[in-house]
Ligand binder design. Structure first.
Ligand code: FE2
Length: 206
């Protein structure tokens, strides 16, 4: 067995119904997330020994130091491994609403108000070309939160940003229920956002 094991989803596959359907959750977790886990294990073994002893998050944050022969694979599978782990945990049953706490304040400061943030996040994430993610991130340089779209499975960590809230807009995340209607999936997804978790991540990042 490799160093990495498939992270758990902290609720039942049908917990996010009707917004995210159980069949999509099951396939997304047991097939797609498993494939990133396997790919990460396969490629981690190809890293220099000193790098293998590091934490995945440190390796992603220093992706340019990964040997070129495996850099693309570590970026892809390592990002996919971490992104999905974050994704399952930034959703919950009966989530959504308007966040308070530190995250509410940080969003208001950066975007004006929650509705402006939501609109900007939705519009830009729906517009991601091909496969990728929309993220609310913490930027340690400015100490503010900001929006960042990322292609494929590339983690915001590779750009020195701390991921707070991620939305997977690969077709595998919504096609069974929403087909080509990505915007409908994005609209529905706001109902399952786990703001308590996002607030915790911000507190940790600050
Ligand atoms: Fe995914």
């Amino acid at each position: 067995m490799g160093k990495f094991t498939l992270p758990e989803v902290p609720y039942a596959y049908d917990a996010l119904e009707p917004h995210v359907d159980a069949r999509t959750m099951e396939i997304h977790h047991t097939k797609h997330h498993q494939a990133y886990t396997n790919g990460l294990n396969d490629n981690w073994e190809k890293l220099p020994a000193d790098m293998q002893s590091k934490d995945l998050l440190d390796v992603l944050a220093n992706i340019s130091s990964v040997p070129e022969a495996v850099r693309g694979a570590i970026n892809f599978h390592g990002g996919g491994y971490d992104n999905h782990r974050l994704f399952w945990n930034n959703m919950k049953q009966n989530g959504g609403g308007t966040p308070g706490g530190k995250i509410g304040d940080a969003i208001n400061k950066a975007f004006g108000d929650f509705n402006s943030f939501k609109e900007q996040f939705s519009t830009k994430t729906v517009a991601v070309q091909g496969s990728g993610w929309g993220w609310l991130v913490f930027n340690p340089k400015t100490k503010n939160v900001e929006y960042k779209a990322m292609p494929n499975q590339t983690s915001p960590r590779t750009e020195g940003l701390t991921p707070l809230l991620g939305l997977d807009v690969w077709e595998h995340a919504y096609y069974l229920k929403y087909q080509n209607k990505r915007a409908d999936y994005v609209t529905a997804w706001w109902n399952v956002v786990n703001w308590d978790e996002v607030d915790k991540r911000l507190t940790k990042a600050q």
